[in-house]
Design a protein around this ligand. Structure first.
Ligand code: NAD
Length: 417
């Protein structure tokens, strides 16, 4: 068994280099496109409720701005590292280019377990982090959004901190905001909706039906829980779900409304009474038609890829599959809808939110969904055509499409001075 390097930035670079090779990019262009434009590390002192102080470390990375302002979420998680944020920022560059959005890529992260903080501590942490990265963010500069363990309330505090400092109400500085503050209808479900749209395309390509398909979902937050609800409503059978503490399976199907009610009581899914408990590892290898990783990176590796039984893997999470595993799945004839395509519904509706904030004119949810479907289907078709041309996986196609667009923008802009 080959030893895998699980550093997310090394993995991101490896996927980029495969595309650079296919596009025959010269060394100079490779160096420009693979190096983050800037990376800021800040310390965030927070006064805890008991009166003591703690210092947290945060980052904000802009990978590339050739096609527009940087765009990308903020993650609060104890395992956040600078390399992880660099990888996530580069994936945002490729994702925005893959969807043809006028954005570059950025990402932020704070190494913290937000569940161990009170609401007031979370607010002080968020505001201080925002203030530390404030010179670099802005509606035409770098626009954050939610990611793992951050939510609309945190986006509201970011917007308020930025606005109070600048002396103006700036809605477009951050997306994923509450509706009361210039948020977009449909943003909460957008990542899952986008996965649903491309899953329909992938099912059609494999002559499979989403109706009746057995689905396992790893991670039950914004992406995973909405995924379960939407696929259940479409007639798919959600047979397993999990969160950070473990999961539950039932071959006859699980009811997302009941799962949600169980989670709302503060319970882990592994104690859900309507099925038997399983580990996160076991969930990945269940006999299902569709597997949706919707948690963290490096879940499908060279170690378990030979045992993945799903015909389609739809990457709601960023970076869930390592390059060696990706190869194994491709050779075994599985369809992997890559993260930079599959989960792009989130940033696409964030783009819609930014547009609505600028025009101060807000759309209804049907309009958001309708436009999202157009973007996702168009991207899927372009990715599939590029993959067919290069005789590679959908991931290979998505990267070629995206890297080519960013390289072209870089070429026509030229390098200043
Ligand atoms: P979230 O904070 O809403 O939910 C995260 C979920 O993952 C929780 O249910 C948590 O319990 C679970 N989890 C954490 N560690 C786990 C582990 N080791 N094993 C299994 N489950 C675990 O986060 P989210 O916004 O849903 O993000 C999930 C993934 O989707 C991330 O990779 C994120 O980058 C990606 N993503 C999110 C968005 C978005 O709009 N929120 C957009 C694109 C991609």
């Amino acid at each position: 068994m080959p030893r895998e390097n699980l550093n997310p930035f090394v993995i991101a670079q490896s996927y980029f280099q495969q595309a650079a090779e296919r596009l025959k990019l010269d060394d100079g262009m490779r160096a420009i496109l693979s190096t983050p434009k800037r990376a800021l590390t800040v310390s965030i002192p927070v006064r805890m409720d008991g009166g003591s102080y703690k210092v947290f470390v945060g980052h904000r990375v802009v990978h590339n701005m050739s096609r527009g302002p940087a765009k990308g979420g903020i993650r609060f998680h104890p395992d956040v590292t600078l390399d992880e944020v660099k990888a996530l920022a580069s994936w945002m560059t490729w994702k925005c280019a893959c969807l043809d959005l006028p954005f570059g890529g950025g990402k932020g992260g704070v190494a913290v377990d937000p569940h161990a903080l009170s609401l007031n501590e979370r607010e002080r942490l968020t505001r201080r982090y925002t203030s530390e990265i404030l010179p670099l963010i802005g509606p035409d500069q770098d626009i954050p959004a939610p990611d793992v363990y951050t939510d609309p309330q945190i986006m509201a505090w970011i917007m308020d901190t930025y606005s109070m400092t600048k002396g103006t109400t700036s809605l477009g500085v951050v997306t994923g905001k509450p509706l009361a503050l210039g948020g977009s209808r449909g943003r909460d479900k957008a990542t899952a909706r986008g996965v649903q749209f491309v899953l329909r395309e992938a099912c059609a390509a494999r002559k499979m039906s989403l109706k009746g398909a057995r689905v396992a979902i790893q991670g039950y937050g914004n992406a995973g829980s909405h995924m379960a609800t939407l696929l259940h409503a479409e007639g798919a059978r959600v047979v397993a779900v999990s969160d950070s503490r473990g999961g539950v399976q039932n071959a006859r199907g699980l009811d997302p409304a009941q799962l949600q009610a169980h989670k709302a009581k503060g319970q882990s899914l592994k104690t859900f009474p309507g099925g038997t408990s399983i580990t996160n590892k076991q969930l990945l290898e269940l006999p299902v038609d569709i597997l949706v990783p919707a948690a963290l990176e490096n879940q499908i590796t060279a170690n378990n890829a030979p045992r993945i039984r799903a015909k389609i893997v739809a990457e709601a999470a960023n970076g869930p599959t390592t390059p060696l595993a990706d190869d194994v799945l491709f050779k075994r004839g599985r369809t992997v809808i890559p993260d930079i395509l599959a989960n792009a519904g989130g940033v696409t509706v964030s783009y819609f939110e930014w547009v609505q904030d600028f025009s101060s004119f807000f759309w209804d949810e049907d309009e958001v969904d309708r436009r999202l479907e157009v973007y996702m289907k168009r991207a899927y078709t372009s990715v599939a055509a590029t993959a067919a041309k290069h005789q590679c996986s959908l991931r290979g196609g998505a990267y070629v499409l995206a890297v080519d667009r960013v390289a072209e923008a870089t070429r026509v802009r030229g390098i200043f001075p």
